[in-house]
Design a protein around this ligand. Structure first.
Ligand code: ATP
Ligand code: MG
Length: 368
């Protein structure tokens, strides 16, 4: 798919911006704090209705504005779509071809993007929460229904945690009746989430391993695995998962009441990376961690293509200049003919890949 243009109003440091006729490769060049990241972030927000940098939508609205507006025309295999998103302190509203979408999750997926930014290193180095967020955002893009189960799960989780917080010292019988009701719902949505995550990781694994071998010259084997808080890592059968989740909750019951929180479920799971059998988080060098993150992102491009039959748009924020000229060239040439790419950098000198000479260049200066 191809982003033809973008129009922003009161978005971050852009009070008004209209950019037309993007090319296959677009370089956004500017000094620090001029709005390069804000611009690629805007494309990401049009795809996912959420920022990759913050969960607080309010931060996306200009300091001097009351609501932000983003729109873009995107060319897809079956025609053009016009996407519009309005963000106000009261919430978000989205339109596809002028038609208001009742649920934001119906809007997500109209535009597909893969973003690679410096903070993505945290997917490898950071806490399990970062990896769960990565899984949720990426699966949400390609699997209709996933975000619904995630939202429902989170709602039930809050209610269940509230109950557990008040449970200590109270009449156990009445607590257990309530807990049973929440358990049913928690397990119902939790199992769907875990199953999708496992399927996603299995598919991502195939591409990531191949791409990683390409980058490293074949000497390293990258493996991805799901680290569940209940049941076996590879188990995907819903009935089995359901039974295992229920069992785990019953085993943890006393501990949960004591600690006042839910201790098993997809909100406690993790994703692990290993190179040649060794955990990258613990043993990987800086370079290996970066290559792992890059392989993951490139694998996602292929995975999205496999799932929806179209290549997503690639957003590279500040990462290309970090790679040596060989890797820059490899990255650009692998995808140039298939994947529309937006690249930010502070100067054109740091970009060495030959093909970048044909790119469209935009100079970003103080939100213009
Ligand atoms: P760098 O090269 O340092 O990464 P950048 O060009 O990517 O810089 P951005 O992250 O896009 O810079 O930020 C540009 C400016 O936008 C910053 O000075 C920041 O203070 C400003 N900014 C962020 N949020 C808002 C907002 N809600 N309203 C107005 N300005 C904002
Ligand atoms: Mg930036």
């Amino acid at each position: 798919m191809f982003v033809n243009n973008i129009h922003l109003q009161h978005y971050r440091n852009y009070s008004q911006l209209e950019l037309n006729s993007f090319g296959p490769v677009n370089l956004l060049i500017g000094q620090n704090a001029q709005g390069k990241t804000n611009l690629v972030e805007a494309i990401y927000v049009l795809a996912l209705t959420k920022s990759h940098r913050t969960s607080k939508d309010k931060e996306l609205i200009s300091f001097d504005g009351s609501s932000a507006y983003l729109s873009s025309s995107v060319s897809k295999k079956y025609g053009d779509v016009r996407l519009e998103l309005a963000i106000s302190p009261q919430g978000k509203r989205a339109k596809i071809n002028g038609l208001e979408q009742r649920k934001l999750s119906d809007f997500v997926g109209s535009l597909n993007v893969v973003m690679f930014a410096p903070e993505d290193l945290e997917i490898v180095k950071g806490t399990p929460g970062v990896r769960r967020r990565f899984l949720d955002m990426e699966i949400g893009q390609v699997a209709p229904g996933y975000l619904y189960h995630l939202q429902q799960y989170q709602k039930v989780l809050v209610q269940r945690n509230n109950l557990l917080k008040q449970a200590w010292g109270k009449d156990l019988a009445s607590i257990l009746v309530m807990l049973d009701i929440w358990n049913e719902q928690l397990v119902e949505h939790g199992v769907k989430i875990v199953k999708k995550r496992k399927q996603f990781i299995k598919k991502l694994q195939r591409w990531a391993e191949e791409i990683h071998q390409g980058i490293t010259g074949g000497g390293e084997v990258l493996k991805l695995s799901y680290v569940p808080s209940f049941g076996e890592p590879e188990e995907e059968d819903e009935a089995v998962l359901l039974e295992r989740f229920m069992l785990k909750l019953s085993q943890m019951r006393d501990q949960e009441i004591r600690r006042g929180m839910t201790l098993a479920g997809p909100h406690r799971d993790d994703l692990a990376f290993a190179i040649n059998g060794k955990e990258v988080h613990t043993y990987g060098s800086q370079g290996q961690q970066r290559t792992t993150a890059l392989s993951l992102k490139l694998a996602e491009i292929e995975l999205i293509h496999e799932e929806i039959g179209e290549y997503p748009v690639l957003l590279l924020d500040d990462v290309l200049s970090e790679l040596d000229p060989y890797r820059q060239t490899q990255l650009i040439e692998t995808f140039q003919s298939k994947v529309q790419t937006f690249i930010t950098a502070t100067g054109i000198e740091s970009l060495n890949a030959g093909r970048l000479k044909e790119a469209s260049i935009y100079h970003v200066h103080a939100g213009h």
